[in-house]
Design a protein around this ligand. Sequence first.
Ligand code: DP6
Length: 330
Amino acid sequence: MTSTKSATAQACANIALVKYWGKRDSALNLPAASSLSLTLDALRTTTTVTFDDGLTGDEFELDGQAAATGRLGPWLDLVRKRADITTFARVVSENNFPTASGLASSAAAFAALAVAATEAAGLSLGRTELSELARRGSGSAARSIFGGFALMHRGERCDGTDCVAEELLARDEWPLRMVIAVVGGGKKKSVSSRDAMDHCAETSPLYQAWIGCVAKDIDDASSAIMSRDLSALGAVTQGSAMAMHAAAMASRPPVRYWQPSTLRCLDAVEALQESGLHAYPTMDAGPHVKVLTNEEHCEEVATGLRQLEGVSGVIISHAGPGAHLLPSAE
Ligand code: DP6
């Protein structure tokens, strides 16, 4: 008789308003600077982890297809070590959006995994420990453990125990929106954020300048959130994304995620701003443009982006909840 233990969890992607781009320790995946994000309700990953005595290796299925385990195996080893077990796991994950859209997020993936795998392994961890564990899979995942606005601390310790996220403001305390323009017809991104940020740190003459501006951005964004000042938060959001991409573009050879349609979106957002709307763009390791806005202006922002050449879809998202367990489907 084989024995199995299973748990299912759901987590949302998050979009950084102050970006994480560079590490102080690659082995423990410790960021070089703090970051701050908004968890998004519209982009969710649901993951079931089953530790099964009958398995001879870890298995991974994504959106109904067998997939490479990649960094999943070494990450599951961290859970096994902590729980003092040696059993392999079957991991079944589903995104509620097309994985090929380029919006698939390691943040949602490792946050859902952290909650499901620790529960299935019989561990009972608090949010801070879950955030630390999720970070080992992907830095941005530490933030998706929390809902609403999450602040990820750079931390000072070498072991990374203070390198965790916390919730700054719950999602219902400031009903903002993120409008996502999907650009590039769902083409896969060229360079992963992990490889690109390492390459940027090694070769970009602008990398140190980029890191040097993060602490003030974190202070300004945190104050803007506490005082519900969208213009101030938007200015930091836009500035942080542009500074990150400037540093990436100055890498040798360059890392450029922007496509012609990306610029069309940025132009359109600028025009919306000039017409008096709250609309502040940000971008990650891909060509898509995400626009921070409010409840009142989000439809107009979405309409402005939807009509642009090269924009294959527009998603309007509310702020989302933190990673959580779902009732088991037995
Ligand atoms: C541009 O969290 O994917 O989205 O820690 O190496 O897995 P690893 O990196 P990852 O980097 C995210 C980079 C970003 C900005 C952000 O989310 O803060």
